[in-house]
Design a protein around this ligand. Structure first.
Ligand SMILES: NC(=O)c1ccc[n+]([C@@H]2O[C@H](COP(=O)([O-])OP(=O)(O)OC[C@H]3O[C@@H](n4cnc5c(N)ncnc54)[C@H](OP(=O)(O)O)[C@@H]3O)[C@@H](O)[C@H]2O)c1
Length: 263
């Protein structure tokens, strides 16, 4: 990549693992300064040792408004500005809606949706100054839905709706708003997914094991930032075909997803 990211300052949430870790690492390799937020301080510190002097370790829980505000403040205090916010922290789900406790829906909305609202409020005044980027790592499940993820899909659809609104509201301020909608990516996403009572699902789904690598996903996301894309789709042909069907033959997609063994 070229100098586009050099000297720019980003905040990446969910940077202790998976896609967020790869995004933060790739940003730093391209000369950016990166505030990295997640709950696991140890894993953030491990990442920060990979390129000394470029990371700001900011342990915190994105479901807490105060932690989100602290992360933005720390990034601006340390780097003197904020060029981009990448809300990537997220948790998935594996359970039928009829069996899922209401609390699970509240927990998924807190991580996958309300975090973005908290971070947006705190980061906007700084991103207005740099005319920078506000990006969210959503999912193909923010564009269409499949079974056993009702709370996850609802939270990602909410995130998509929020991002679509702010994109229009901020259009005349020169701020770039982007949604990344990955398909299957090889991370611990399914292992950490919540089941009906909140117990982690605990295993890697077959399609995820064969999915894109987090590094490839990060490359696609950074390319989208550089070219100020509206959407990016780090996904395989199967998930992209699902997106096509959701627009032009939604009933057919429903039936295909009912028969599918894919989780
Ligand atoms: N993997 C896929 O196939 C896939 C597909 C579509 C979309 N996505 C989306 O990609 C994003 C990243 O997921 P991943 O696949 O990389 O999964 P992952 O490996 O499970 O990573 C999730 C990250 O989010 C952080 N996180 C979770 N809850 C948090 C909280 N309350 N506060 C702060 N950080 C929190 C985790 O860190 P701590 O545990 O240290 O807090 C971790 O860094 C998510 O938004 C997910 O929905 C993933």
């Amino acid at each position: 990549m070229d100098d586009f990211f050099k000297g720019k300052a980003f905040l990446v949430t969910g940077a202790s693992a998976g896609i967020g870790r790869s995004i933060a690492k790739l940003l730093s390799e391209n000369g950016a300064f990166v505030a990295i937020m997640a709950r696991s301080k140890t894993r953030l510190e491990d990442l920060s040792r990979e390129k000394e002097g470029t990371f700001l370790v900011q342990p915190g829980d994105v479901t807490l408004k105060e932690d989100c505000e602290n992360a933005v403040r720390a990034a601006v205090d340390t780097f003197g500005k904020l060029d981009g916010l990448i809300q990537n922290a997220g948790v998935s789900m594996r359970a039928r809606a009829s069996e899922t406790k209401v609390q699970i829906y509240q927990d998924l909305m807190a991580v996958n949706f309300f975090s973005m609202v908290y971070l947006f409020e705190a980061a906007l005044p700084h991103i207005e100054k740099t005319r920078g980027h506000i990006a969210a790592v959503s999912s193909m499940m923010g564009k269409y839905s499949t079974q056993e993820r009702s709370g996850y899909n609802a939270s990602k659809h909410a995130l998509q709706g929020f991002m679509d609104s702010i994109r229009i509201e901020l259009m005349n301020k020169g701020i770039h708003v982007m949604v990344a909608s990955p398909g299957f990516v090889q991370t611990d996403n399914t292992i950490n997914a919540l089941t009906e009572d909140g117990t982690p699902y605990g295993r890697m789904d077959r399609m995820h094991a064969k999915g894109l690598t987090p590094d490839k996903t990060a490359q696609i996301i950074l390319h989208g930032l550089k070219h100020r894309k509206r959407d990016v789709f780090p996904a395989g042909p199967r998930e992209k075909f699902g997106l096509f069907l959701s627009k032009f033959a939604p009933g057919l997609l429903d039936r295909a997803l009912l028969r599918s063994k894919v989780k």
